[in-house]
Ligand binder design. Structure first.
Ligand SMILES: Cc1cc2nc3c(=O)[nH]c(=O)nc-3n(C[C@H](O)[C@H](O)[C@H](O)COP(=O)(O)O)c2cc1C
Length: 330
């Protein structure tokens, strides 16, 4: 059921949340997700080390458009005091919610003892969360995986620790760190975590369609759902979920004209935010997702890979959706 969700002092009109995704969930992507009705968006994971050292590139992840609220800032790190300091800096720069990453399985991150590596150290989890909790007045969330490996599934224990340390919600992506993105997300574990804690539980993993989102809520009893990969090139997915939850009718996929309009809006926002050149370069990967699975998409993607001029890019997009010589029926 789509319903309002309260995380600490932040009241959300619905329980649809956009996942933090490195290299993707910048303020432009978040703004588009919000247009579709997504109630809470997170930045990509931000290094606590970089933020506390004042690294310019790190601080840029926190920049956001005025309407990009409530804004969740996700931090990663292994040092409790550093994470607490970084959280305070993030709140000073507009974070409405602080999230601590305890799920990232990327080698560089876990080697430093951060991300999913923390799942192996419940005591450290506790120290980190108590430090961060004391450092900021805004809601605190934690994003976890099922556990380190299939033999070390401990999401329920970690979620309970999070609750005891004052976290306001926990997000669970029920794959192990060892799994990466292989296999399936074990939705039943979301249900078990939900039954184990009193704070809101946000379910995440393998939601591809509006039906999936509603199914996860019904099957697990989770309080909200977080969507990542399925929103790539489909910022309208959040809107579709809201529509489906009231009508139970899956609305049609966007027409070519609607897709072209979405693409052009995304590109324009990207150029407004980053400047023309950077805006085009950063947008190109999104264009690959917008045309994923469409007929002729592979050829089109090859053609646009090297384009740096917005006008040329939009011409290619127009020709792709309205092939010359073909009359559009849309
Ligand atoms: C490209 C990419 C980048 C990601 N970056 C982050 C990140 O910065 N922080 C994080 O907690 N999870 C990150 N994730 C994991 C997602 O937030 C999410 O947990 C995962 O994709 C499962 O959800 P999904 O099946 O809806 O995609 C990333 C995933 C992808 C595909």
């Amino acid at each position: 059921m789509i319903k309002a969700l309260t995380i600490g002092t932040v009241h959300l009109p619905n329980n649809l949340i956009c996942a933090p995704m490195a290299g993707i969930t910048d303020t432009v992507f978040r703004a588009l997700a919000r247009v579709g009705g997504c109630a809470l968006c997170y930045t990509e994971m931000v290094s606590a080390n970089g933020l506390t050292r004042g690294a310019y590139a790190t601080a840029r992840y926190l920049e956001h458009l005025p309407g990009d609220r409530p804004l969740g800032v996700q931090l990663f790190g292994a040092e409790p005091e550093m994470l607490a300091d970084a959280a305070a800096i993030a709140v000073g720069r507009g974070a409405d919610v602080i999230d601590v990453n305890m799920g990232c399985p990327v080698k560089k991150v876990v080697k430093a003892g951060a991300g999913a590596a923390l799942l192996r150290s419940p005591r450290k989890v506790e120290t980190i969360l108590r430090n961060v909790r004391n450092a900021v007045p805004v809601p605190l969330t934690v994003k976890i995986r099922a556990g380190w490996t299939g033999d070390e599934i401990n999401a329920m224990t970690i979620a309970r620790i999070a609750q005891e340390c004052g976290a306001d919600a926990v997000t669970i992506h029920p794959r192990t760190a060892a799994q990466g993105f292989r296999g399936h997300a074990d939705w039943d574990l979301i249900g078990r975590v939900k039954a184990h804690v009193d704070i809101p539980v946000i379910g995440n993993g393998d939601i591809h369609t509006p039906e999936d989102a509603l199914r996860m809520m019904t099957r697990t009893g989770c309080d909200g759902v977080m969507i990542g990969r399925a929103a790539l090139g489909r910022p309208w997915l959040f809107q579709k979920i809201i529509e489906y939850s009231t009508t139970e009718i899956t609305t049609h996929d966007p027409t070519p004209a609607e897709r072209e309009e979405a693409i052009s809006r995304h590109l324009n926002m990207s150029m407004n935010w980053y400047g023309e050149k950077q805006g085009v370069v950063r947008f190109r990967k999104h264009l690959l997702w917008y045309t994923r699975g469409l007929r002729g998409g592979a050829r089109f993607r090859q053609a646009i890979l090297a384009l740096t001029d917005a006008g040329h890019l939009l011409e290619e997009v127009h020709d792709f959706f309205h092939p010359p010589g073909q009359t559009s029926t849309q």
